[in-house]
Design a protein around this ligand. Sequence first.
Ligand code: NAP
Length: 310
Amino acid sequence: MPVRVSARSFVITGRTHVYGVLGDPVSHSLSPVFWNAALRAVGLDAVYVPFPVPAGRLSTALAGLQASGVRGVNVTLPHKEAAAAACTALEAPADQIGAVNTVRFAADGTMHGYNTDALGMIDLLATFDRPPDKVVLLGAGGAAKAVLWSLFQAGATVVYWSNRTGSRLVSPWGSDRTRVQPVPWASESLKDAMVDSTLIINATSLGWRAEDRLPWLGQTLSPRSTYLDLNYHPSSRLLLDARANGARVIDGLALLVRQGAAAFTLLTGMPAPLSVMRRALRRHLGVQATDSEASPRSQGASAPSPRRRQ
Ligand code: NAP
């Protein structure tokens, strides 16, 4: 276990442990913000730093960090699938999803890969008053697969799944409880599916640019809908439009902090101080509490409403 130190007296020394995040680009990553706040809060003699690693260099970077005594790292775009291939062992559900965002370097030289996007999503869905029933999932990349897996775990009855490239809509999983229904992107059937669902999830990369739009969003969201967007640009048109339609909105910070908390516990062996992590993020971004952290407000009859945690 790393040595514990007081936050006020923290100095990096030869004994300080190192954690980090590998990505390209990585300079925008918010993980160092809440990880370092969490490390100070629990009193660990450790730091968390960003490592810019270009595509194609991941396994070299992982081997080098492991050889340098780093305890473990997070992995972000574009490396999540390459990380799954580089690990010696994949821990569920990373093995089923085929993507890894957390790598733990074990003392025996093995590399263990985890998918805490999926674990964080399970944790987020567990805050809903009711399990998700009918859901629209937009996107079919690594994050969408992690979300789809967690919707199976949470027992959603129907997942209407839509993506720009329809051929990617092949579910690796099946269950008696959850039916996955592929829906053509921007079609009338997608509009019907959005009206029929109480939870709409944007797991595409759309939402970071002012001009980004999602098909039918403005016409189908209502106060009985919950809109969960994995992106979290504060002036995202999608988030603003969803709020304007009266939908309950959960932005990507809610998942970011939960996947980070799961990774923190896996890599340090300590419970993650969630409220410290949230506060650090909010202070850094200069934003108020997200809807998922705020007290529940009255909901439509069938809308799942997130409960306040801790
Ligand atoms: P990814 O593997 O690159 O997948 C991106 C998805 O977005 C693909 O399905 C892609 O469609 C779709 N897409 C991209 N441009 C589009 C466009 N112009 N129109 C329609 N669809 C488009 O990325 P990812 O890892 O799944 O991540 C997706 C998003 O989630 C990213 O913005 C990422 O930052 C965010 N994320 C957030 C968290 C969090 O903690 N909040 C965690 C993970 C990811 P095609 O399949 O047709 O290419």
